[in-house]
Design a protein around this ligand. Structure first.
Ligand code: TXE
Length: 502
């Protein structure tokens, strides 16, 4: 399917003609008990393109009951890891089979350039299921010898699924965030109640169909689109939910953690960031400018890991700032279905207003705006790529998550100084270093308090590599072998070596 055909498809919305608009509970498409629906807006125009059933507390009750039954009585947790792995592989195959359709839905729902959905979001999602398919039959415990005064024993551990997992995800990478949460939970034998973000429910609904087609038994995955304070809160509070996994704002992360503390259930949180990206002296400035541009502007700045504090050595600062502004001014902002578009609209009116407010604050705080600064056009939620220089550490735009296409460039002079300044922030999600000096790279990568350090690269996401935050950027790790721990509990079994009976 060509880009033009997909554009036509998305514009006329035949893509949405067969898409379910209900809740997926216990293997059935059902209306919300209240009968309410909520709109899905096209961020290019702000116009409603679809309506989806709106889950609330009562619907979450049904979804949790379905997941509970599937976990307590159903086949998924009892299936061999090998069989579960086959189903996850089929999910990966189906995501690849439907890649063009999923990419178009993603771009329509979220506003990201179709080319990005096609080369990043969708293939990375498929890869994630394939990666965890490989883990499903490798979840074994340990055999532990015991030396004990009461006799001869040995012990072994079982890594059992936790049970019903409540997962709440954001809108910036709708299918990929689903994959990060759902794949490890399924591989380890759990049952799921998933709430997609209210801004981007579409591919979660399409995913429910794919999971069914792949052979995931009814009730194993339940999808309840709805709002955070209603459906999301109901998941967090439900006494039958055994584990919470959340990606979103630090503010809501605190609420989720409070609920988890109330019920003493494990929680993983992947929250906000304000990631430093440190450019050493003696680098190829043009290349560094391009790398830093990509680090911040990718996905319209709507990345928790965005390189949103660009620290540049004083010896190249002026040249860097000038070139960074020239690059941002050239960034192609427009329809995500148009070939050549680098940046589509922001997700919604709230985010648009938030970003414009920060641009205003930055100017008032005394940073120098080199380009951009305004909403682009009047329809939809487009923002001009914006670059600030002379940003200092205490400015709000250097401390708070803007989550938009606003690059803040700070100046530094020494290695020790930049490490300390990079760490003087409440967040600690990601970071980056651009340098040709191995000593600088080693000192900075060890000195930074961040869950990820990208050296001479940025925004690289490999399924096998863990991702998560230090400090208020979160708790626990998504991805890789590390995420398996989020979804298993360890049972220790002692067995006597001396007799058949105690
Ligand atoms: O996030 P929310 P929003 C940051 C980014 C952005 C800001 C606000 O700075 O500008 O957060 O975005 C659900 N109980 N990130 O308002 O509200 C909600 O329905 C349970 C960073 O969109 O945290 C959605 O599914 N759930 C981030 C999810 O939480 C609740 C990605 C995220 O929404 C809830 C997104 C509640 N009380 C935003 N309230 C990242 N780390 O990548 C909301 N939700």
């Amino acid at each position: 399917t060509g880009v033009a055909a997909l554009k036509a498809a998305a514009g006329g919305n035949p893509l949405l003609a067969n898409l379910p608009n209900k809740l997926w509970i216990g293997g059935q498409w059902v209306d919300a008990l209240s009968g309410r629906t909520f709109p899905v807006l096209d961020p290019r125009s702000g116009e409603e393109v679809f309506r989806v059933a709106e889950a609330d507390k009562e619907d979450v009750e049904l979804a949790v009951a379905a997941a509970r039954k599937a976990f307590d009585e159903g086949e998924w947790p009892r299936m061999s890891g090998k069989q579960r792995g086959k189903v996850l592989t089929r999910i990966a195959d189906l995501i690849e089979k439907y890649a063009d359709e999923l990419a178009a839905i993603e771009s329509l729902d979220n506003g990201k350039p179709l080319v990005m959905s096609k080369i990043a979001d969708i293939p990375l999602s498929a890869d994630h299921f394939r990666y965890y398919a490989g883990w499903a039959d490798k979840l074994h415990g340990k055999t532990i010898p015991c030396d004990n005064v009461f006799g001869k024993f040995f012990a072994y551990t079982l890594h059992e699924p936790i049970g019903v997992v409540g997962q709440i995800i954001p809108w910036n990478f709708p299918l990929l965030m689903l994959a990060w949460k759902v794949a490890p939970a399924l591989a380890t034998g759990n049952c799921i109640v998933l709430k997609p973000a209210e801004q981007t429910p579409l591919n979660a609904l399409r995913f429910a169909q794919i999971a069914e087609e792949a052979g995931v038994p009814a009730g194993t995955i339940n999808v309840v689109p709805g709002y955070g304070p209603t459906a999301g809160a109901a998941i967090c509070k439900h006494p039958q939910v055994d584990k919470l996994a959340f990606t979103g704002s630090t503010e809501v992360g605190r609420i989720v953690m409070r609920e988890a503390a109330e019920r003493i259930v494990p929680v993983t949180l992947e929250l906000g960031g304000k990631s430093p990206l440190i450019v050493d002296k003696n680098v190829d400035v043009d290349k560094a400018v391009e790398d830093c541009h990509f680090a911040l502007f990718f996905n319209h700045g709507q990345c928790c890991a965005a390189g949103s504090r660009t620290y540049v050595h004083e010896s190249i600062y002026d040249e860097f700032c000038e070139k960074a502004a020239a690059r941002a001014a050239k960034r192609v902002v427009g329809d995500p279905f148009q070939e050549g578009t680098e940046q589509g609209p922001q997700i919604d009116e709230d985010q648009l207003r938030k970003i414009l407010a920060y641009i205003d604050i930055g100017q008032r705080e005394g940073a120098t705006m080199l380009c951009g600064g305004k909403q682009k056009g009047t329809a939809g939620y487009f923002v001009e790529p914006t670059v600030f220089r002379d940003v200092t550490d205490t400015m709000k735009i250097a401390q708070e998550e803007i989550f938009g296409p606003v690059q803040c460039i700070l100046k530094y002079s020494s290695t020790e100084e930049v490490i300390a300044r990079a760490n003087a922030c409440e967040y600690g999600l990601a970071s980056g270093i651009i340098s040709n000096d191995v000593n600088f790279i080693n000192s900075v990568s060890r000195g930074l308090k961040a869950g990820t350090v990208w050296v001479n690269c940025y925004n690289v996401y490999e399924s096998a590599v863990p991702f998560g935050g230090y400090k208020t950027s979160g708790i626990g790790r998504d991805k890789g072998e590390y995420a398996l721990e989020n979804y298993t509990v360890t049972k220790a079994v002692y067995q006597s070596l001396e007799s058949n009976q105690c």
